[in-house]
Design a protein around this ligand. Structure first.
Ligand code: SF4
Length: 381
C-alpha cells in the first residue's frame, strides 16, 4: 500500500473504470415492500442480540447441541480449516456438495472453496458431505434458518451423511418470530416473491450435523460502539446499488469479499486498519445508502466515525493528515472558495495523480461561485 490511501483509492477506481463495464453492478430485482413495523422490530432484535451476543450464542448452543448435532466455534479461518480437516479425515469423506453457491459471501470469506480444492474433495450431486450457509440462528429454539434459494433445501437436508453449516457470530436472534422478517429483508434471489421461502432446521435423524460459528474479527468490530451497528446488516445489497461511488468502481474494488457502503464500514476492522483505512474515504457523504437501508443503519455516520477515529488515533500517515487539514482549511474558508475558478482548479489538480488525470475527464469548477452569482444578482436589483 502506498503512503497516500485516498489517492490510492482514486487510482484503483480509475483503473476499474478503464477496465470497462465487466464489473458493473447489476440492478437487484424489484424489492418487495417491507413492513416498517416488522423491520423496526427486527432492527431492535438484531441490535439487542449484539449487546448480549455471548448470552444469546450460549442460549443457542444449549438448545442446539446433542442428538448428532455439534457446534464448532472458530476464531478465524485457520480454526475452521483445522476442524474441517478432522471431520473429513475421521469420516474418510471424499465427495462434497455446495448446497449454497460456492461464491456465497461467507464461504468466500472463510475460504471454504479453497479448502475443498486443497483437500482434493470431489464435487458431486449425491455427495457424502453437504455445505450450507446458515442465514440465522434462533436462540430460543436452537434452530437454523435457511433461506431456500432453490426450493430444494428440504430434500437436500436428508440427502447425505453429513451436513455442515457455516455462519458468523452476528447471525443470532432471540426469537423465531424474526425468521420471516429476516427472510424478506435479506439478500435473496426471490425478493420479487411476496413470501420468500425459508426453512427452520433443527436436525435430521439420518445424518450428522455440524454448525461452524465463526468470529473472524467481528469481536474487534464489536468494540467500536458506533460501527458495530453494521453487524445488523442483512447484506441485502440495496445500499451498494444506489451508491454513486460503487456504480463507478464496480463490485470488487478492494480485492476482498466485502464491498459496498457496508463493506466500507467493516473492512478496516475485519482486516487491518492499516491496509484498509483508505476505503472510508471512498464515500461522497451523499447519504443515499442510509435512505434505502431496510435496517435503517446510519452508514454515513459510521463511515464518519471511522474517519474521525483514524485521524484521532493517527492511523493515517502525515501526508494524508496534511492533505485533510489543507482541504478542511480550504473548503471552510469563504474567501478561498470565492477565488477564481482557475485557481481552485489548480489546487484540485495538484492533489490528483497523473494516472487519474489521464484516465478520466476532470470536471471543471464553475466560473463563478454561488456566492458571487448571488452578490451580482443583488446588485442588479
Ligand atoms: S447496510 Fe443496509 S442497505 Fe446495505 S446491505 Fe446492509 S442492510 Fe442492506
Amino acid at each position: 500500500m502506498a503512503s497516500n490511501g485516498h489517492i490510492d483509492f482514486l487510482n484503483s477506481a480509475s483503473k476499474m473504470i478503464a477496465k470497462g463495464k465487466d464489473s458493473a453492478r447489476k440492478p437487484l430485482p424489484h424489492p418487495i415492500q417491507l413492513n416498517p413495523t416488522h423491520l423496526g422490530k427486527l432492527n431492535v432484535a438484531l441490535r439487542r442480540s449484539l449487546d448480549n451476543l455471548d448470552e444469546e450464542l450460549c442460549r443457542f448452543e444449549k438448545n442446539f447441541s446433542g442428538n448428532g448435532k455439534t457446534m464448532c466455534w472458530a476464531a478465524n479461518y485457520n480454526d475452521v480449516f483445522d476442524q474441517l480437516k478432522e471431520i473429513v479425515s475421521q469420516g474418510r469423506y471424499s465427495t462434497v456438495r455446495f448446497v449454497d453457491s460456492p461464491s456465497n459471501q461467507t464461504f468466500e470469506e472463510l475460504g471454504i472453496p479453497s479448502f475443498v480444492e486443497d483437500s482434493k474433495l470431489q464435487l458431486a450431486d449425491e455427495a457424502q458431505v453437504q455445505l450450507f450457509f446458515a442465514d440465522l440462528l434462533i436462540a430460543e429454539s436452537g434452530s437454523i434458518v435457511l433461506l431456500d434459494k432453490d426450493n430444494d433445501y428440504l430434500k437436500a437436508l436428508n440427502n447425505s451423511s453429513v451436513n455442515i453449516f457455516f455462519t458468523t457470530i452476528d447471525h443470532v436472534v432471540g426469537s423465531m418470530v424474526y425468521a420471516d422478517i429476516y427472510s424478506k429483508a435479506a439478500k435473496n434471489p426471490t425478493l420479487e416473491k411476496a413470501n420468500p421461502p425459508f426453512i427452520l432446521f433443527s436436525g435430521s435423524q439420518n445424518c450428522k450435523t455440524y454448525l461452524f460459528v465463526v468470529d473472524n474479527s467481528r469481536s474487534e468490530l464489536l468494540a467500536h460502539k458506533r460501527q458495530r451497528q453494521i453487524l445488523a446488516c442483512t447484506n441485502c445489497g440495496r445500499c451498494a446499488e444506489v451508491c454513486p461511488v460503487d456504480n463507478v468502481i464496480g463490485t470488487e474494488p478492494y480485492n476482498n469479499v466485502f464491498s459496498g457502503p457496508n463493506g466500507r464500514v467493516m473492512l478496516p476492522f475485519m482486516e487491518t486498519v492499516e491496509g484498509y483505512k483508505h476505503v472510508v474515504y471512498a464515500c461522497t457523504m451523499c447519504g443515499l445508502c442510509d435512505s434505502v437501508c431496510p435496517m435503517h443503519l446510519p452508514i454515513r455516520e459510521m463511515i464518519l466515525a471511522s474517519r474521525r477515529e483514524f485521524l484521532e488515533n493517527k492511523d493515517i500517515d502525515s501526508e494524508m493528515e496534511a492533505m485533510v487539514s489543507k482541504y478542511k482549511k480550504y473548503v471552510t474558508d469563504r474567501g478561498k472558495m470565492n477565488k477564481m475558478a482557475w485557481l481552485k482548479q489548480q489546487v484540485f489538480n495538484h492533489h490528483l495523480s497523473r494516472e487519474i488525470k489521464e484516465s478520466r475527464k476532470i470536471e471543471r469548477f464553475a466560473d463563478k461561485s454561488f456566492n458571487q452569482l448571488y452578490q451580482e444578482s443583488q446588485k442588479q436589483k
